[in-house]
Design a protein around this ligand. Structure first.
Ligand SMILES: *[C@@H]1O[C@H](CO)[C@@H](O)[C@H](O)[C@H]1NC(C)=O
Ligand SMILES: *[C@@H]1O[C@H](CO)[C@@H](O)[C@H](O)[C@H]1NC(C)=O
Ligand SMILES: *[C@@H]1O[C@H](CO)[C@@H](O)[C@H](O)[C@H]1NC(C)=O
Ligand SMILES: *[C@@H]1O[C@H](CO)[C@@H](O)[C@H](O)[C@H]1NC(C)=O
Ligand SMILES: *[C@@H]1O[C@H](CO)[C@@H](O)[C@H](O)[C@H]1NC(C)=O
Length: 534
């Protein structure tokens, strides 16, 4: 490790330590959360007792699908309906919402520290952040300070390590590892145990890297054989990807923008790979309402080819449910978001819905905790009340597992009519039951052709085996390391990363914003090099 690096590492830890010291010394005379040493009027004190301070940490930048402007109406809708109901919220309790820009970086952490250190206010609940690297330090502080944290993001597999520093985190959206479980069920259904993971690696947002990691973590556990190929959409890639597939496995899971998927499928089609010798899967989680009616169609001269190619492609999306209440919610959110000048098709995505349900979950847990004679300050008690629980969310039932992770329901879509190119749901996966229900009478293009289990292993072993252990294998390990290990480290790594790669945070265009990933991430090698040495 270069010495300059060490210096900065030390400086950073000192800063961290100092911040923590500042906070703890400030609060040492008072016992902890909410203790008002300022001799507030008695009535005001009682008010404080029953004020539920929620610190919402989300990015201001509307390029993110979970920006403050998009999510705020959903949170306020939830608060309004809980306060209006009169029976759900314990008597006298009122929400007080604070919003801060998390910026998908350290800013979330600083906001939390500021709130406590400078304003001497302890949040009773943290909502967000969504970006993994913003969420990690906040989650650590949450467990240190015994504050419950609920997020509809922080989807990386590493956050499921709840025994240590992420002990106070509950995830109300299915993380990538839950999606991995869905793929596992699907592969078992088809009797496959080998896969090639192809993903777009942008070295910035990295949501496809983390999505692929989620599959990797679950498949590794199951002893499947895996290979992986990362590519960069900003360069030429389609031919490279197709060559990589030809040299590897015949079942391929891809994560990339819809344009990239189309280009890859066109290239594969031209190589004669779309007549049943290969099976392609595409991960499309966050834009699913708009999916299903011809994503192959662009109105260009390749439409016909693309339609043929897509007969070998199946898409995995979130299974979305709707109920009457949801319509009203969606309308209100839509009109609030539109008032802020944001226009797109999908106003209520997984994150928007998730943060609504987060508030509801918190209130349910709080009621239980109060009933058992504890207070809103018993953070750990509240967190554990949010686990192993099924309740009614805005769009349908929400089930949180015993580890504080939402079970995921997913749909598989496929082209059911090659003439018109119509794509439809051909099966659903219900995470809580761990049950995959594929519809009967679906014709698979690879029927009888694809028996992966025995065919590939002999010709492939040397090459693929090496690559998979060096590629995503280690990255996946890194993900867990990130999850489990680094105290102040992540902050430092982030700092180095910014220095080293000079990320410029650009405003993305309206068109791009649908395609971008959700996380601003570190390169795995930057973490690995710093923390294997640290
Ligand atoms: C409050 O919520 C409960 C549970 O969802 C429901 O049964 C009840 O009808 C609601 N009350 C009002 C006044 O909306
Ligand atoms: C958080 O929000 C408060 C006001 O709501 C503001 O005073 C503070 O500067 C913000 N903190 C950060 C780090 O943005
Ligand atoms: C296809 O999707 C678009 C929006 O993405 C929608 O306007 C259109 O009605 C859909 N068509 C069909 C046949 O579902
Ligand atoms: C989860 O809750 C069910 C009842 O709702 C209970 O039987 C089960 O033991 C709980 N599991 C854990 C791990 O707490
Ligand atoms: C998301 O939906 C919008 C509107 O239907 C569409 O224009 C965009 O291409 C979609 N993005 C992806 C990644 O599919």
């Amino acid at each position: 490790m270069p010495s300059g690096l060490t210096g900065r590492l030390v400086a950073c830890s000192l800063l961290m330590a100092w911040l923590l010291f500042l906070v703890s010394s400030n609060s040492s005379s008072s016992s902890r959360p909410g203790a008002e040493e300022e001799e507030a009027a008695a009535a005001e004190g009682a008010d404080e007792e029953k004020a539920l301070r929620v610190l919402v940490l989300l990015p201001k930048d509307n390029a993110y699908l979970f920006s403050l402007a998009r999510v705020r109406p959903a949170i306020e809708y939830a608060v309004r309906s809980l306060e209006a109901n009169g029976t759900l919220l314990p008597a006298g309790y009122k929400f007080r919402l604070f919003y801060n820009d998390s910026d998908c970086g350290n800013r979330a952490f600083f906001s939390l520290v500021d709130m406590v250190a400078l304003r001497r206010q302890w949040p009773d609940l943290l909502l967000g952040p969504v970006c993994d690297y913003a969420a990690a330090p906040v989650a650590r502080l949450a467990s240190h300070w015994n504050v419950p944290m609920i997020s509809a993001g922080a989807l990386a597999a590493g956050f499921s390590a709840k025994t240590g520093e992420y002990s106070h985190l509950t995830r109300v959206s299915p993380g990538y590892a839950k999606m991995g479980e869905m793929f596992l069920a699907l592969f078992r259904h088809h009797q496959w145990n080998r896969v090639l993971l192809v993903y777009h690696e942008d070295k910035e947002q990295r949501s496809c890297f983390f999505a692929a990691e989620g599959v990797h973590v679950v498949f590794r556990e199951a002893g499947f054989h895996m290979d992986d190929f990362a590519f960069d959409e900003s360069a030429k890639y389609a031919e490279d990807v197709v060559r990589a597939i030809q040299a590897s496995e015949r079942v391929v899971i891809m994560c990339a923008s819809s344009d990239a998927i189309r280009n890859i499928m066109l290239a594969a089609h031209r190589q004669g790979m779309t007549s049943g010798d290969y099976a392609f899967f595409n991960i499309e989680l966050f834009n699913s309402s708009s999916y299903g009616n011809g994503s192959w169609k662009r109105g260009d001269k390749y439409d016909l080819e693309a339609k043929q190619a897509y007969s070998s492609l199946q898409t995995v999306t979130l299974l979305r449910t709707v109920k009457p209440e949801f319509e009203k919610f969606a309308m209100e959110v839509k009109s609030s978001v539109q008032k802020q000048g944001i226009h797109h098709d999908d106003y209520v995505n997984m994150f928007v819905e998730g943060f609504h349900d987060a508030i509801v979950l918190y209130v349910l847990a709080l009621r239980e905790v109060l009933k058992n004679g504890f207070t809103k300050k018993d953070g750990e008690k509240i967190v554990h009340q949010t686990w192993n629980k099924t309740y009614e969310g805005i769009a349908g039932p929400v089930s949180i597992d015993a580890n504080g992770e939402r079970f995921g329901d997913f749909s598989v879509m496929a082209m059911t009519d090659p003439e018109t190119g119509t794509q439809q749901v051909i099966g659903n996966y219900y995470g809580k039951q761990g049950q995959l229900e594929m519809f009967p009478n679906v014709k698979y293009p690879w029927e009888h052709k694809l028996r992966i289990d025995d065919s590939r292993s002999s010709e492939q072993t040397s090459n693929a085996a090496c690559k998979s252990s060096g590629g995503l294998g280690e990255s996946a390990v890194t993900g867990i390391v990130v999850g489990a290990l680094l105290g102040a480290g992540l902050l430092m790594a982030f700092y180095f990363f910014r220095k080293k790669y000079k990320i410029t945070i650009e405003r993305r265009s309206q068109l791009e914003e649908y395609n971008i990933g959700k996380h601003r991430q570190l390169r795995e090698d930057s973490i690995r090099s710093h923390f294997s040495a640290a």
